[in-house]
Design a protein around this ligand. Structure first.
Ligand SMILES: [Zn+2]
Length: 531
């Protein structure tokens, strides 16, 4: 009964963990690496055909984006996720495959000109479609019997519609262990979705640490504040441009705007126009506007039960075609434009920025985290001008940054989540955080007396023996390995060194005679090699 770490180890993307029990292999998430974590998405660190089951915590691409690659490489098992996650995965994986195809086409054109080898897409829309055949939708709270000695249960993680934390109960050779995977843990008081729910018992826990070093800003009255920016901008004759993630954040915004309209908060422009300009956001909005039974929070259910639609209101327009999108730039009527990508790195938002940033009467409103090095971060940091489509565009528009909106729990939320365990887990593995954050959060948990550890990529743990079999490879060295040849042997030595520290910990409480002997042997090794 082993656990292997195949992604999001001291990183924030590419979530993937593998359980081996009774000869079966179960993946928990199969995410794509993105941004600065991206190393080699082409390679799966295991044979796809050897995987029997995949349990998906939620639909975000950094947790699910390699599923079509898995299928392309011969996976024929079962994929379990909540019904809502399955629905969202259909649109998100198709969109991801579309991006892969477009990128490959672009590279192919470039490489043909230079005579280089032609790139294949990571996977195609056909691969994504094939993936859907393996879906097994499940409900929250339902116990799913996967295989002999293996059952699973999903509960609401409060991070994205349909998101889950997953508990697995594993029995091998009459020994039973319970392991909980947190998935991404949600923030409190988000619209539409519920607050995170908790597990209370586990032998092992694998938990995320994205904001393990951060406290979210208190949001006073977000709706009121947003309404004020809208009213001022529209009254000046400007547009409000909002870069937003297509799935989740966009629908939260629509929920807030419906509330604004109902409460007449945009006093001088009560009938303002709202355009959602992103094909993926449009598809996601249709899902959020559909049946939310079992997924929505109390307030949303009440709105639906009284015969209203939580994210729909007069003057809401969804743009699908490029022509509709382009027409927005010709039309001079002041309006709110919500478009993606959320960090302004790609997509239609870049066109809207080009047409609105230089206009002093317009506003750009950020409603999500802007990673280092992105156009969004540059704008938030007060860039005087930016480059868009090869053109210099001066920033005259007002830039607003609403930092309180987050889908992730902050440090307090994470500590609360782990403190809900009534027993003390044998070990807590800290994943899904940048190296410094994961290490810092691990240290914090240890101070609380929790046996926490932040594993490296490809580390392997024996869940019955409660010890590491392999310490894995540090993510940072994987990145440098590409550039530095000849360091593989040194990395191996480092791994063995880490293993040694683990073995020392396991010997705590041993007899004085054994400990003395162990120390003497180590000392002689050290004296031999310290040259
Ligand atoms: Zn997520």
């Amino acid at each position: 009964m082993n656990l292997k770490f195949y992604g999001a180890d001291k990183e924030v993307t590419g979530s993937c963990h593998c359980l081996e029990v009774n000869g079966k292999r179960i993946l928990i998430d199969c995410g794509l690496q993105q941004g600065q974590d991206e190393k080699d998405n082409n390679a799966l660190p295991f044979q796809a055909g050897m995987i029997d089951y995949v349990l998906v915590t939620h639909a975000h691409i950094d947790h699910s984006g390699k599923l079509p690659l898995l299928v392309r490489n011969g996976f024929q098992g079962k994929i379990y996720a909540t019904g809502m996650t399955c629905k969202l995965l259909r649109i998100m994986l198709e969109d991801s495959a579309h991006i892969q195809e477009m990128e490959a086409q672009w590279k192919q054109r470039k490489h043909k000109r230079s005579g280089d080898e032609v790139d294949e897409p990571l996977y195609t829309i056909a691969d994504a479609m094939k993936t859907f055949r393996y879906f097994n939708p499940c409900r929250y709270g339902q116990t799913i019997y996967l295989d002999e000695g293996v059952s699973a249960r999903f509960i609401d993680a409060g991070h994205l519609l349909g998101s889950a934390s997953i508990e697995l109960t594993l029995t091998e050779n009459q020994t039973t262990k319970v392991i909980v995977f947190s998935g991404d843990i949600g923030n409190y008081h988000q619209p539409i979705i519920r607050d995170p729910q908790y597990f209370h018992q586990a032998d092992y826990v694998v938990m995320e640490s994205t904001y393990g070093n951060r406290f979210h800003e208190e949001t006073q009255d977000l709706v009121w504040e947003l309404a004020r920016v809208f009213d001022e901008t529209l009254s000046r004759g400007g547009n409000v441009v909002i870069p937003s993630f297509a799935v989740g954040r966009t629908q939260e915004l629509l929920y807030f705007i419906r509330e604004m309209k109902e409460r007449f908060l945009v006093k001088h422009n009560p009938n303002f126009l709202v355009y959602v300009d992103s094909p993926l956001a449009m598809e996601a909005t249709k899902i959020y506007d559909g049946d939310l039974t079992g997924y929505a929070d109390k307030a949303t259910v009440e709105i639906i039960n009284s015969g209203f639609r939580p994210i729909c209101f007069p003057n809401l327009h969804l743009c699908k075609s490029v022509e509709e999108s382009m027409a927005l730039n010709e039309d001079t009527v002041p309006k709110v434009i919500i478009s993606s990508s959320g960090m302004c790195e790609a997509g239609r938002i870049r066109h809207h920025l080009k047409h609105n940033l230089w206009r002093a009467e317009c506003s750009v409103v950020f409603v999500g985290y802007q990673a280092n090095g992105t156009l969004g971060r540059m704008l938030v940091n007060g860039a005087h001008d930016v480059k868009l489509f090869g053109e210099r565009v001066v920033v005259n528009a007002q830039i607003h940054n609403f930092r309180g909106m987050s889908g992730h729990a902050d440090k307090n939320g994470l500590l609360h989540w782990i403190s809900e365990f009534e027993n003390e887990p044998e070990r807590v593995f800290v994943v899904h955080g940048e190296e410094e954050v994961a290490d810092g959060f691990t240290a914090e948990l240890r101070k609380m007396g929790i046996n926490a550890f932040a594993p490296d990529f490809q580390a392997e743990y024996d869940l019955i023996q409660n010890r590491f079999l392999d310490m894995g490879v540090p993510a940072s060295s994987l990145r440098t390995k590409i550039h530095k040849s000849g360091s593989v042997a040194y990395q191996r030595l480092q791994q063995v060194g880490d293993m040694m520290l683990e073995v020392i910990k396991h010997n705590e409480g041993g007899t004085n005679k054994d400990l003395g002997k162990f120390a003497d042997q180590l000392l002689s090794l050290i004296q031999k090699w310290d040259r």
